[in-house]
Ligand binder design. Structure first.
Ligand code: SAM
Length: 294
């Protein structure tokens, strides 16, 4: 079974990028009346305690969401929308709870929209199911103990022919990269007009570099518009630790690749990404990029 627990990473710079994009996309997609189906292939636990054991051990939110919350400068609209959603899960001044993608999404959906959550890890599944039960959202939200790569097939195309699919694996196993590509290719065949959003880590591994390139080729061949946003917060080179050993300095960067992105997303990110890089930078290698096509 996998050892990745998102609780260690909740609210870090990768979540800031991923969840800002998710919120901006959902805000656009929920403007039309017709029901939207959201498929979250790798849901995680749904809600995280920032003052709990996992998050306090790694402290990653301190260099992520908490920096935005403490920002003295006004935030660009997409970042402000993200901060507002996180604040909605916290009463009072302290930010103790961080909403994962399932809760961010449910917060923004209308009562006739649907959310399908896939989670394989038994511990996270239990937490997710318990957290979702508290929402009393009835049949709007389904928690499925299934492989998300396979499970989405039965929901495409969705009844009202409107869908957003978020694919956010932990990439603990190398085969995840190939499975993402296969799943997106298959999903496009089943439902060509869906919005497909893939998060991936930017790490020194050939599969990680190939993934956005191959998604771009796939979108271009299918004649679909695409958008690619990246955020780097620090150098990825080996650093010398206190014990003299050379180690990688934790995740330095990540990206979001979307096929059929909402047309408003590029403008929203053009403003938000430079501010994200400025507020989340950990060294002089901080950077961002935004590309689109189709
Ligand atoms: N999307 C979540 C968020 O933004 O809050 C975080 C998800 S976390 C990066 C990835 C999750 O996928 C983990 O909880 C892991 O247990 C789960 N997982 C791994 N492989 C899976 C698979 N094939 N299908 C469904 N879930 C999987």
């Amino acid at each position: 079974m996998f050892s990745y627990r998102h609780a260690f990473h909740a609210g870090n710079h990768a979540d800031v990028l991923k969840h800002t994009v998710l919120i901006a996309a959902l805000q656009h997609l929920t403007q039309k009346d017709a029901a939207l189906t959201v498929l979250d292939t790798h849901a995680g636990a749904g809600l995280y305690r920032l003052d709990g054991d996992y998050a306090s051990t790694s402290g990653e939110a301190a260099d992520g969401i908490l920096r935005l919350l403490a920002s003295p400068q006004p935030l660009t609209p997409a970042l402000q929308a993200y901060v507002d959603v996180v604040r909605a899960f916290n009463q009072g001044a302290a930010t103790r709870t961080y909403p994962g993608s399932p809760f961010i999404t449910q917060h923004l959906l209308r009562s006739h929209d649907k959310l399908k959550l896939f989670e394989l890890h038994p511990t996270d599944l239990r937490s997710l199911a318990g957290n979702v039960a508290q929402l009393e959202a009835g049949r709007q939200v389904a928690v499925l103990h299934e492989d998300g790569f396979e499970g989405v097939k039965k929901f495409l195309p969705p009844p009202a022919r409107r869908a957003l699919l978020l694919c956010d694996p932990s990439y603990e196993i190398k085969s995840d990269y190939g499975r993402v590509l296969d799943m997106v290719a298959d999903s496009l065949k089943r439902f060509a007009t869906g919005t497909y959003a893939v998060w991936y880590p930017i790490i020194p591994r050939p599969e990680a570099h190939d993934l956005p390139r191959r998604l771009k080729t796939m979108a271009t061949k299918a004649g679909k518009p695409w958008l690619h946003a990246t955020l780097t917060v620090k150098n990825s080179k080996l650093v010398e630790a206190a014990d003299g050993e050379k180690r990688r300095p934790g995740l330095p960067a990540s990206g979001m690749f979307l096929i059929n992105p909402p047309f408003t997303l590029k403008a929203a990110l053009k403003d938000a990404l430079p501010q994200m890089a400025e507020l989340l930078q950990q060294d002089k290698h901080a950077a961002h990029s935004l590309e689109s096509g189709g």
